[in-house]
Design a binder for this molecule. Structure first.
Ligand SMILES: [Zn+2]
Length: 275
């Protein structure tokens, strides 16, 4: 069933666990994620990033997401990830996305507040759940982004001010992860996470979950992070399945990559202790 992430994230916050938010970019990936959620009977935040609109147009993403969500018995939030422009996000809302992220984290703090607040007003009028980001989760080995960008950690003071001023429903925080693949293990600032968790009464979101290490991710899920975005790891799992299994036909290749992505998502459900 198609829902907003409000109830699932509320429960996740109350019970200290996280919900996976895997990025889909075609029918296969979306179908794979939903099949895993259905098999485990757990909620999923099915995410589509604006940067992938050149691979899969927004309208098709909305059709795929809504169709799959409406034809399963588990709760599916159809999420517009990293919305960078207001027009694109509004189009997503019109097309039936049930939650959106406005990513104005590239902007100066006051501008980020203004844009996130305006978008939250618009989205709330349409019954849509809103995530915004403060601080900035950088992108290293760019897979889902075009440019390199600099890391900016979230501060507790900013988090409090931002939450109050914008009235967004969830907060993406920058605590040490980066987008894409790591060259080493990330240094996650758990103390900072704990302080933000205590100071702000909102579900927190971790971007750049890929390759962060299971131990780190579990600790985040137990410590205030309620949604974890995963993208790059699915691409890596697919490529690794291809090189290991050496499929001889295109259909064997599709089967191998789909299966590897399903296994990975199932694994992350366990790591995040999703209920
Ligand atoms: Zn992200």
């Amino acid at each position: 069933m198609l829902v907003t992430s409000e109830q699932m994230l509320k429960k996740a916050r109350e019970e200290n666990f996280a919900i996976p938010a895997p990025n889909f970019f075609d029918l296969d990936s979306a179908r794979t994620y939903i099949a895993v959620a259905e098999k485990l009977q757990k909620p999923v935040i099915l995410s589509f990033a604006q940067t992938h609109a050149d691979i899969l147009p927004l309208k098709e993403a909305a059709l795929i997401g809504k169709f799959l969500a409406q034809n399963t018995n588990v709760a599916v939030d159809l999420h517009l990830d990293h919305g960078q422009t207001e027009d694109f996000i509004k189009e997503g809302i019109d097309l039936g996305f049930t939650s959106i992220m406005i990513d104005a984290s590239y902007d100066p703090f006051e501008k980020n507040i203004e844009r996130s607040k305006n978008m939250a007003n618009y989205a709330h009028e349409h019954g849509v759940f809103v995530e915004a980001e403060i601080g900035h989760v950088a992108s290293g080995e760019r897979v889902d982004f075009i440019e390199e960008s600099e890391q900016k950690y979230t501060t507790v003071e900013e988090a409090i001010k931002f939450a109050e001023a914008t009235k967004v429903d969830s907060l993406a925080v920058s605590i040490g992860t980066t987008h894409g693949e790591y060259k080493g293990n990330p240094e996650i600032n758990f103390e900072l996470l704990s302080k933000i968790h205590q100071a702000v009464n909102l579900p927190l979101v971790l971007h750049g979950g890929s390759s962060s290490g299971d131990k780190n991710l579990k600790k985040c899920a137990m410590g205030g992070i309620n949604k974890i975005n995963i993208f790059t790891d699915f691409c890596l799992a697919g490529m690794s399945a291809i090189s290991k299994k050496k499929p001889e036909t295109y259909f064997d290749l599709k089967k191998a990559t789909n299966e590897s992505m399903a296994e990975l998502l199932e694994h992350y459900y366990q790591v995040f202790e999703t209920r």
